[in-house]
Design a protein around this ligand. Structure first.
Ligand SMILES: [Zn+2]
Length: 180
């Protein structure tokens, strides 16, 4: 497998928000585990994001998921580990429709809602509203040309909510600067 440049890995690690970086340094005094590099490589090579895009994702999710406020509390109770939080910040965007350009529900090329996620949300709504007996039989969709990397399908329970999507939309359109 292709490896990411060490400088790129370091640059992404440097984007970790200060309070989390401190906790990680405390929990991993001899350096972060290899799993962190693998996760960042997945973003750089698998998802083909730039260092800047991954740094932006980390900063945006840090704000959107409200870690700044509740990180200390939850860590004290052993609910979350610093490494677990880092994984949530760096992990590939999960797209309901397997759109590689989908960044937490927003298409990074247009800054608009990911069309595949929109389709899926509409389908789910229609499914819920339609009584079971009236549903048409499922038709196999033609298989698309295989992409080198397919984002994981998002699980409803941990899906990005409208507020988080709105933040992603603003940031990806360059209107909001996240605090560093
Ligand atoms: Zn999507």
């Amino acid at each position: 497998m292709k490896r990411a440049k060490p400088g790129d890995l370091r640059a992404v690690v440097e984007a970790i928000p200060g309070p989390l970086a401190q906790l990680l340094a405390r929990d991993w005094p001899r350096g972060l585990p290899v799993a962190v590099n693998e996760l960042i490589e997945q973003g750089l090579l698998g998802e083909q994001r730039t260092v800047e895009e991954l740094a932006e994702r980390i900063g945006r999710r840090w704000v959107a998921f409200g870690y700044e406020n509740d990180l200390m509390d939850s860590l004290g109770k052993g609910v979350r580990t610093s490494l677990g939080v880092l994984e949530e910040l760096v992990s590939p965007s999960k797209c309901w429709g397997n759109n590689l350009d989908c960044e937490d529900g927003i298409d990074r090329r247009t800054g608009d809602d990911c069309p595949r996620c929109v389709e899926q949300r509409a389908e789910r709504r229609a499914d819920r509203e339609q009584p079971l007996a009236e549903r048409p039989p499922t038709v196999e969709k033609p298989t698309p040309v295989p992409a080198p990397y397919v984002p994981e399908q998002r699980d409803d329970a941990v899906g990005i909510n409208e507020e988080q999507r709105a933040l992603a939309r603003e940031v990806l359109r360059g209107r909001t600067r996240l605090p560093r």
